[in-house]
Design a protein around this ligand. Structure first.
Ligand SMILES: *Cc1c(COP(=O)(O)O)cnc(C)c1O
Length: 362
């Protein structure tokens, strides 16, 4: 007897959705996902290990993650009621779109930009409105005004922008806060690598009504050297935190992570020093790249966008991989034909990359 019932199918739009494609292959020099090239400070893991001995894992974790949110808030001069945490900033963005996006609502992104903003919009059935960045890959005011007139519930700004590496000016962010009908979500995954942060606008620099639209999203994955921990957070008005909390599953942040995040914040000085070393390595990497037959864009982040002039980006990506150096191939993205993105690694990794690239371009 054959079963006449059709197979179970996902939502039609989910069937058509592209997944997240960043190959995880084993190489000697991994410069494709903008992680910290250095591990956390040597004292951190032993510190965490001894603190873990006192966890009571038979009990559910603190549902509100109060201590962690309080500790994060302190680093930004705000209370825990203005902080919400998630399993990576991607989960925080998902919470924002579950609460503020959804059917009949729209979100604005400015391409080329971080793919997860549009991906999570689709997952949450939020209409996507796509704007274009200007020639320098920044958001132009007239383009922003044109899209904001459509009444989006959420406007995404990635600053510094992944994969093009520049931070938006404070004037641009201030303008969007003054015009946007909904939330302005500034993804600052690379915030500490840049000279300024949208968080500075929270302290009286814009009218309170404008400041209440601002959501700054940050992560422990890059500057804090803790990509493996999966911890991110937002800083926003208490009403935004309450809304996102409502759509978050209970006990979503495990006790281990809440502890690790709190302890990590005790190493802020080390984080700033590490960021300083990476910014210095970035300067040297760009100085070397401009000597090669490639176009190079300026960077406010821990990665650099470049375009080989005489070879296709895809070919160069393959030749780097053959030398066990993995960078991100962004050549298939709109307006980034032949472009590659390289994470700033340790000085040794940067040298390996530069020698491999020199060979690949020869
Ligand atoms: C890497 C990155 C993140 C980090 O996401 P997590 O889920 O926190 O690891 C967020 N936003 C941008 C723009 C990124 O490049």
């Amino acid at each position: 007897m054959s079963d006449a019932r059709p197979p179970a199918r996902p939502r039609a739009d989910v069937e058509l959705m592209p997944g997240y494609h960043s190959p995880q292959v084993t190489v000697e020099v991994r410069l494709n996902t903008n992680e910290s090239p250095e591990p956390p400070p040597p004292a951190f893991l032993p510190h965490l290990a001894s603190a873990m001995a006192h966890l009571r894992l038979n009990r559910y974790p603190d549902r509100e993650a109060s201590a962690l949110r309080e500790a994060i808030g302190l680093t930004h001069g705000v209370g825990p009621e203005q902080v919400w945490c998630g399993n990576g900033s991607n989960e925080v963005i998902q919470g924002l779109l579950l609460a503020y996006g959804g059917a009949g609502r729209s979100a604005v992104v400015f391409e080329p930009t971080y793919a997860l903003h549009s991906h999570i919009s689709r997952i949450t059935d939020t209409d996507l409105v796509v704007g274009e960045r200007d020639a320098g890959f920044l958001v132009a005011i007239d383009e922003a005004d044109r899209l904001l007139a459509g009444g989006p519930s959420v406007t995404f700004l990635c600053s510094p922008n992944n994969p093009t590496a520049r931070a938006e000016s404070t004037d641009t962010i201030r303008h969007l806060l003054g015009t946007a009908p909904g939330l302005v979500v500034v993804d600052e995954a690379y915030g500490q690598f840049a000279e300024h942060s949208a968080l500075e606008l929270r302290s009286g620099a814009v009218p309170p009504g404008d400041a209440d639209r601002l959501v700054v999203v940050r992560t422990f994955s890059k500057t804090w050297a803790l990509a493996g921990l999966r911890l991110g957070y937002l800083v926003a008005a208490p009403e935004v935190v309450e809304a996102v909390a409502r759509v978050t599953l209970p006990y979503h942040l495990d006790e281990l992570k809440q502890l690790a995040g709190r302890l990590a914040l005790g190493y802020e000085e080390e984080m700033r020093e590490r960021v300083g070393r990476i910014v210095e390595a970035r300067r040297r990497l760009i100085d070397s790249l401009v000597e090669l037959p490639v176009d190079v864009w300026p960077s406010d982040a821990n990665f650099v966008l470049f375009r080989p002039l005489e070879r296709s980006g895809r070919e160069v990506w393959g030749e780097l991989l053959a030398q066990s150096v993995l960078v991100r191939d962004v050549s298939g993205w709109p307006r980034l034909e032949d472009c590659l993105r390289v994470t700033v690694g340790t000085p040794e990794e940067c040298s390996r990359f530069l020698s491999a690239l020199t060979l690949a371009l020869a």
